[in-house]
Design a protein around this ligand. Sequence first.
Ligand code: COA
Length: 226
Amino acid sequence: MQFEVLRAQVQDGESWAEAADRTAVGAGPVLAVDLSGDPLRWRLDDEHRFSIRPMTPGDFPDVSRWVNEPHVARWWDEHRSREQVAAHYGPALRGEDPTRMWIWEVNGRSVGFSQDYRISDHPDYALLSSRPDAVGFDYALGEPAFVGRGLGTSLLWVFLRDIVWPAYPGVGEFFAAPDHRNAASLRVLEKLGFSQGVWFDEPGPYGRTDTVVGCSLDVAQVIGLS
Ligand SMILES: CC(C)(COP(=O)(O)OP(=O)(O)OC[C@H]1O[C@@H](n2cnc3c(N)ncnc32)[C@H](O)[C@@H]1OP(=O)(O)O)[C@@H](O)C(=O)NCCC(=O)NCCS
């Protein structure tokens, strides 16, 4: 079921998500559909159960397969083989790196993965965000059959609201920087209420330079004060 909330209906001191939950009168928490305009668009979903669980080494074969799927590989140049995936993500899984790694599930099936981190732990990246306490994240919906059906938007919303937001008390900004040609990713962020900021060149693999777009979410306005 979809429903709308006019921006004018959001009360003082209330976030957009809180206004939507209030409108859904106990049926929430709700899923964001499109927060880029006015009205803000939301939905409830009885058909899909979205869950996010910590990644384990047993997920490396899936992760390796996903990053080799053409719709992901285009934006994911490195760490493709199982060995490379294990070498790259193993330290975070063992707690040797503060990055947190997650598997996305729809109705119990693993379909994608994400990670979150304080961007201050990555000093070059931190310069690109206006707030020193910003939290960065990366994501991929790897299973091709699940792409292009609105599920990536829902999964990223659940990840940001249920997993990232509670873990960083007082966080003001969520930050991601897709390639400027990655229209699906930029659109998904826009639908979740992110604003586009500076474009910048980032060193890519094989000596390449990628031009990426800094996208920021005002956490207090969209999700709430944590
Ligand atoms: C980005 C990603 C998570 C999106 O998941 P998804 O389930 O396909 O996304 P949704 O169906 O929820 O929404 C996609 C939106 O992008 C739009 N879109 C998709 N391809 C597009 C294109 N080539 N040009 C313009 N818009 C495009 C869709 O129309 C839709 O917007 P709409 O609802 O307004 O029509 C998924 O495609 C993915 O994992 N891609 C590869 C990895 C990646 O790019 N990760 C992000 C790195 S920053």
